[in-house]
Design a protein around this ligand. Structure first.
Ligand code: 5GP
Length: 192
């Protein structure tokens, strides 16, 4: 997705240890026009897949997730990172190790929002080791629903997430793929 690639190129800041900061359009300030294009792009990729819900994880997955859900005309669910007082009913819980925060979070989704037989599209802002995507996929499968695909805004292809998800049989569609972030320089897959 060219528009997104240009944004990442122009505004992304490479931090130590392979972390990319994109807080001017995705992780803090959000660009609604870019989010709308992201939603349209995921719609065109998954239009024929009979998606019934989009599932993401708070907080940075919510903007691309809601625009994708809007385009596909289905609800968005976001997994919460902590059990809140209002989630006292039956919940699915999975442990997810956070690559950027270096800590394990419990993510939760209320059981009432995913029905058996649903076809769920997982959307997230970044793919690194695949921890978040696998945690969300386990929740979908616990519910007796199907993971119809995994849509990623920015994939860091030098980390193993994509390979592991493909090996597990999931369809992965990433809008931008970063081949390397070494020496504070960004290289994109296909342009190295
Ligand atoms: P994974 O679970 O695939 O290891 O990592 C993906 C999650 O970690 C995403 O939900 C995202 O919030 C965060 N993440 C991983 N790498 C980066 C990065 O380079 N930059 C930012 N901003 N977030 C990242």
């Amino acid at each position: 997705m060219e528009l997104l690639k240009q944004k990442v190129k122009n505004e992304g800041i490479v931090l130590a240890k392979g972390v990319l900061k994109v807080d001017s359009f995705l992780n803090h300030q959000m660009d609604p026009f870019l989010m709308r294009e992201i939603g349209r792009e995921f719609k065109s990729l998954f239009a024929g897949d009979k998606i019934t819900k989009v599932l993401t994880i708070e907080s940075s997955g919510i903007a691309p997730g809601i625009m994708t859900a809007l385009e596909l005309e289905v609800p968005l669910i976001f997994a919460r990172k902590q059990k809140s007082l209002t989630l006292t009913e039956d919940i699915y819980v999975e442990k997810v190790y956070s690559f950027t925060k270096r800590e394990t979070n419990e993510i939760t989704v209320s059981k009432k929002f995913i029905e058996p037989g649903e076809r769920v599209l997982i959307v997230d802002d970044f793919l690194a080791n695949g921890e978040a995507a696998f945690g969300l996929a386990r929740i979908v499968e616990q519910a007796g629903a199907t993971v119809a695909g995994i849509g990623i805004v920015i994939e860091k292809s030098f980390q193993p997430g994509r390979e592991l998800l493909l090996k597990a049989g999931y369809r992965v569609e990433s809008l931008v793929r970063i081949a390397s972030l070494e020496d504070e320089k960004m290289a994109f897959v296909g342009e190295e």
